[in-house]
Write a protein that binds this ligand. Structure first.
Ligand SMILES: [Zn+2]
Ligand SMILES: [Zn+2]
Length: 338
């Protein structure tokens, strides 16, 4: 229970300004909200949108891989109690009334706030979350191990389980970073033959440790040809937010295969349509999931021992953690601890 009136937080004061460490009032939960005492919050590439002007308001506290304990509940909250161990991801809530919500497609709610973008997130000692945006976290994983599962884990887990991959298929993962190292573990634990596609060879050993049966150095060889040589991929999960992470692998899918990207490149993605016609293939994107999906990802991770490799930082070092992430130096996920 909060006994102080202020809390330490990291905020982006204005678009295109650096993170600053500030003291802010501990927020009081409004109706349908819980207050979470934050134990850990992951740093995600998606946080760049807050820095670059994507937030609906400034100053804004980023952070959408929040793990903590409910320490106060607002009016009308029935699903959560003080003391519950919970998490919040990218999905910051949904309206229940728009067309997408009426179809049960809560992730695609047209009024959905994004955690850490449209609402303050988890780079703080306390944060508020809407009741429908909260996921239960079972007792097992450590705080810093649970946090990355709420965005990086959830997104790759959900993309793979909604893909057309079937037993016996080859699943390729492009990029061995924060998302890729989890995607490899999910694909391997789900029983697929797996291949990691990365630039250079410095992640070869790590990829094998995460469950890659094969490794393709996209600098040394044409990744599409390499995948074809392995029989063609049923699914290619592209995890790097770069246009050139998608286009060069389209030629590596098997008949009926697909490239599913979870990274969002700033540049358009050129795709060789002739190849897609020849393979009846597809290129698609996948965005996160609901809190209930997060609970599935957490449960699968616990049961099959999918564990993020993390570097932890003090909350006050958010700027340094974020820069390391952007420069590709983090092995493999950065987590802030207040
Ligand atoms: Zn994220
Ligand atoms: Zn809605």
């Amino acid at each position: 229970m909060s006994d102080s009136e202020t809390m330490r937080a990291v905020q982006v004061p204005e678009a295109d300004e650096a993170f600053e460490v500030v003291e802010r009032p501990v927020p009081e939960p409004r109706p349908n909200e819980v207050r979470i005492e934050v134990a850990a919050c992951g740093v995600c590439g998606g946080d760049v949108h807050v820095c670059e002007g994507g937030a609906s308001d400034y100053p804004r506290i980023p952070g959408h891989e929040v793990v903590g304990t409910v320490d106060a509940v607002g009016e009308g909250v029935t699903a959560w109690e003080v003391g519950d161990r919970v998490g919040v991801g990218w999905h910051g809530g949904h309206c229940f009334d728009c067309e997408a919500c009426r179809r049960g497609e809560f992730v695609h709610c047209t009024n959905a706030p994004v955690t850490g973008m449209d609402r303050d997130g988890g780079y703080a000692e306390y944060t508020l979350a809407r009741s429908e945006a909260v996921a239960a976290i079972p007792g097992d994983p450590a705080d810093e191990a649970a946090a990355p599962l709420l965005c990086a884990g959830l997104t790759t887990f959900n993309a793979l389980r909604h893909s057309g991959a079937r037993m016996g298929d080859l699943v390729a993962v492009v990029g061995v970073g924060g998302l890729g190292h989890l995607a490899l573990q999910y694909a391997r634990r789900a029983g697929f033959e797996t291949v990691a596609v990365s630039r250079g060879t410095d992640k070869r050993e790590a990829a094998a440790s995460f469950g890659a049966d094969h490794f393709v150095d996209a600098e040394a060889e044409d990744p599409a040809a390499a995948l074809e040589e392995l029989g063609g991929a049923g699914v290619v999960l592209a995890t790097a937010p770069a246009s050139d992470a998608v286009a060069p692998v389209v030629g590596g899918i098997d008949a009926g295969g697909e490239v599913i990207s979870v990274g969002v490149p700033e540049q358009p993605v050129p795709v060789d349509v002739g190849t897609l016609v020849g393979t009846r293939g597809g290129v698609a994107w996948w965005a996160s999931g609901t809190p209930r999906d997060a609970e599935d990802a957490l449960a699968f991770s616990a049961r099959r021992d999918v564990t993020p490799t993390v570097e932890t930082f003090d909350l006050a070092d958010a700027e340094r953690a974020f820069r390391r992430l952007q420069e590709g130096e983090v092995r493999f996920r950065a987590v802030l601890e207040p």
